[in-house]
Design a protein around this ligand. Structure first.
Ligand SMILES: [Zn+2]
Length: 284
């Protein structure tokens, strides 16, 4: 019995020394060295905010958009944990980090980005790099791997969960007047994280919950619209409406920024949008 305990206690140390347990963040999210320390700290604290969230007035329609049985800090934390495993910095270049596991194909993943702010110019906020590389590989029958956070990750599912910080995540033009550590800006960044998390889902022709091209408005011509009622934008819009209520002690400017972000996200839904199966797909 004693020996068995000994093995159980020693094993984690052995694993941690070879990096398997070297998960440094909340929800086991690992930050790549390309993420600047200041951003890593802000994002870590953003994630901690989830634990303090309380939800009320959650409708079955809300739950339908995120495919969860309930909306709570616990269910949302697990939602992210299953879909975001690594966060890489703006300087992370998937092209130089990828290895062809079989065959060869050149591509430039760009579909899975959240675009922000029609107020000045359009910038990328975050990108689900793992999901886009998976889909690029799928399209050309090539299996890739990516170097991230000192690991080599086989890109065999939309759930690989490598999320890249974009130019707009910390330089929010929506809420310049508030500090980047304000609750309002944290909630706005969290809504983006949940948006990107949804790009880790889906299967078949809807693998990665791809955006559709907008045909009118500020984003006309961009893949920044939504044809799924349970897709990234609509899920983001739903969460932002709850985050609005959770933004305690937020000032009028902050509250209207959240409200604006919620209506912007909701406005991306195209006519005839339907709910789709969110189960992720894998190859072995
Ligand atoms: Zn997106």
């Amino acid at each position: 019995m004693l020996k068995r305990w000994g093995i159980l206690i020693i094993a984690p140390f052995l694993l941690s020394s070879c990096g398997l347990f070297n998960k440094d963040g909340i929800y086991n999210i690992t930050f790549d060295s390309s993420v600047p320390d200041e951003q890593k700290e802000l994002l870590t604290q953003d994630l901690e905010v989830i634990e303090s969230l309380n939800f009320s007035g959650v409708s079955s329609d809300d739950l339908d958009k995120i495919d969860l049985p309930e909306l709570s800090s616990n269910s949302l934390g697990n939602f992210l944990k299953e879909r975001i495993r690594y966060i890489v910095g703006e300087s992370y270049d998937a092209d130089t980090k990828r290895t062809i596991v079989s065959s060869s194909y050149n591509y430039n993943p760009s579909v899975f980005a959240s675009f922000s702010s029609p107020f000045d110019r359009i910038v990328t906020v975050m990108t689900n790099t793992g999901s886009s590389v998976y889909l690029a590989g799928k399209k050309s029958n090539v299996l890739y791997s990516l170097d991230v956070a000192d690991e080599n990750i086989l890109i065999n599912t939309t759930r690989v969960g490598i999320i890249k910080i974009g130019e707009g995540l910390f330089s929010s033009t929506k809420l310049k007047s508030s500090s980047s550590s304000s609750l309002a800006r944290r909630l706005l960044r969290l809504s983006t994280l949940f948006h990107e998390a949804r790009h880790s889902d889906g299967n078949g022709s809807n693998a990665g919950f791809p955006h559709t091209k907008c045909t009118y408005g500020d984003f006309a011509g961009y893949y920044a619209c939504e044809s799924n009622t349970n897709g990234p934008y609509n899920l983001e819009a739903m969460l932002l409406r709850h985050f609005y209520r959770a933004c305690s002690n937020c000032n009028e400017t902050e509250l209207s920024a959240i409200q604006l972000a919620a209506s912007d996200a909701a406005s991306r839904l195209v006519y005839g949008a339907v709910k789709r199966n969110s189960q992720p797909e894998f190859v072995r």
